[in-house]
Design a protein around this ligand. Structure first.
Ligand code: ZN
Ligand code: ZN
Length: 184
């Protein structure tokens, strides 16, 4: 029989062959690979830039019902502080684990199956990243945010206050002068 390449149309780098893992419970295979981050690995204001390097350590282990995938992914993060809107760049590590059942196993709706002796770990990785990313990312824990009155970044100017706030009646006049605008 000719070997089949049924995945040729979807060469996701996150699809791993479990053939070599074998079926004897306890046998395993480990991978250390650098993969391009998939698109939309994002939660609100922060996420993993598409195609940035994902360092994936993956262990595929035969268990009675199927193959257990245990992964650790080191990723780059890029986003915006939810208080002051400054760009944030960083790195983080996410762990995931997923059991893929052998074909023929009776499965629930959310259970994953081994398909053509492969497992696709993109979804569990995505689940771990999106779930763990902070809903309100901060550039630093004590970020002061923006001035609610004028929008200036209070981290840059912590003593900033509006003691001599512009009288709204004068604002129009001030706006007429180019010079004043440039100073603001
Ligand atoms: Zn901030
Ligand atoms: Zn202000």
């Amino acid at each position: 029989m000719k070997p089949e390449h049924r995945h040729s149309d979807r060469r996701s780098p996150y699809v791993f062959d479990v053939h070599e893992v074998g079926r004897r419970a306890g046998s395993m295979k480990e991978f250390d690979v650098t993969l391009p981050a998939p698109a939309d690995l994002v939660s609100g204001l922060i996420g993993v830039p598409e195609d940035s390097d994902v360092q994936l350590h993956l262990r595929l282990e035969a268990v009675v019902e199927g193959v257990l995938a245990t992964g650790t992914a080191d990723v780059e993060l890029s986003g915006q502080c939810s208080r002051c809107l400054t760009d944030i760049d960083g790195e983080d590590t996410f762990d995931f684990q997923e059991l893929y059942f052998y074909p023929g196993h009776e499965v629930e709706e959310d259970d994953k199956l081994i398909v053509d002796e492969t497992v696709d770990v993109e979804e569990p990785l995505r689940g771990a990243v999106v779930l763990d990313l902070p809903f309100t990312p901060l550039c630093r824990e004590d970020c002061l945010g923006l001035c609610p009155e004028c929008g200036v970044n209070l981290n840059d100017d912590p003593t900033h206050d509006h003691a001599d706030a512009v009288d709204p009646r004068w604002e129009k006049l001030a706006g007429l002068s180019e010079d004043t605008q440039n100073k603001i």
